[in-house]
Design a protein around this ligand. Structure first.
Ligand code: CO8
Length: 258
């Protein structure tokens, strides 16, 4: 990850983890088109890097991201946003095969909340505030918030957030099942979790991500069949052989991602 970026920072806290930090502090990490182009590039670079097992996405202490860049959107017109499919590339993150952990501190609003919801796991610091305030701007969520929130927290709570624009605290988001947990040192905890995931066989991790995500799309019967077939398929991997042999031999598995 040697590319120099203007709106994000990239680093490798250890060889198996990519850390991407949104970095427009003066605009509370408002998600502009140039930022998203950089973010997508960094995400896909990390996804393609064989040495990386998981990705952590974070912002600053004050803001994970305060939403789409309102100054960029303000003067746009329907013909422009519709013809050019404005924000269509914002969903790219959900095409990644490796797990992405969102480490959220401060504001995660509008597109920022939606970006966190696109990640596979959300950890939040006690300062985190989640919300979909688009209604106050005369619009509605456009990055999947209305759909992913319903699945994450149910219709009534999603409706409340989308229609009132109210922010919820990390604690409330935790009670609602929107995030995994609230923790101090959220980036450190996310990196620790990413390192743990990276110590597993990458094929099994990717398969695990794929089957969990399939639950969003499939009926229970189809999902169960897909899970079973994927499980069967893992018996073609060296990691399955190694993992089970290591258990029987009472030693730590040495996964080779093959
Ligand atoms: N866009 C552009 N600039 C922003 C944004 C934003 N979303 N949020 C904050 N900023 C800027 C402010 O304009 C200000 O800049 P300046 O100093 O030049 O005036 C700077 O960041 C600091 O902000 P504040 O002075 O407002 O800081 P406060 O601490 O007083 O308030 C808040 C913090 C409450 C977060 C406040 O900034 C706020 O309400 N921001 C807007 C939140 C919002 O409405 N977000 C939703 C945007 S719409 C959207 O996200 C639609 C998404 C659709 C698709 C997404 C696909 C993934």
């Amino acid at each position: 990850m040697s590319t120099q970026y203007e709106h994000i920072l990239t680093s490798r806290p250890n060889p198996s983890v990519a850390l991407i930090t949104l970095n427009r502090p003066k605009a509370l990490n408002a998600l502009s088109t140039p930022l998203f182009l950089e973010l997508n590039k960094a995400l896909f670079e990390a996804d393609a890097d064989q040495a990386i097992g998981a990705i952590v996405l974070t912002g600053s202490e004050k803001a994970f991201a305060a939403g789409a860049d309102i100054k960029e959107m303000k003067d746009k017109e329907f013909s422009d946003v519709y013809k050019n499919n404005f924000l269509a590339n914002w969903g790219e993150l959900s095409r990644l095969r490796k797990p992405v952990i969102a480490a959220v501190s401060g504001y995660a609003l509008g597109g920022g909340c939606e970006l966190a919801l696109m990640c596979d796991i959300i950890l939040a610091s006690p300062t985190a505030k989640f919300g979909q305030p688009e209604i106050n701007l005369g619009v509605i969520p456009g990055g999947g918030g209305s759909q992913r929130l319903v699945r994450a927290i149910g219709k009534s709570r999603a409706m409340e957030l989308v229609l009132t624009g109210r922010m919820v605290s990390a604690q409330e988001a935790d009670q609602w099942g929107m995030i995994s947990r609230v923790t101090d040192n959220v980036v450190e905890e996310a990196v620790k979790m990413a390192t743990e995931i990276s110590s597993k066989g990458q094929i099994a991790v990717q398969a695990g991500k794929e089957v969990v995500n399939a639950a969003y799309e499939l009926t229970l019967a189809e999902g169960l069949r897909f899970e079973r077939r994927t499980f069967h398929g893992l018996f073609a991997t060296k990691d399955q052989e190694e993992g089970m042999t290591a258990f029987v031999e009472k030693r730590k598995a040495n996964f080779t991602h093959l």
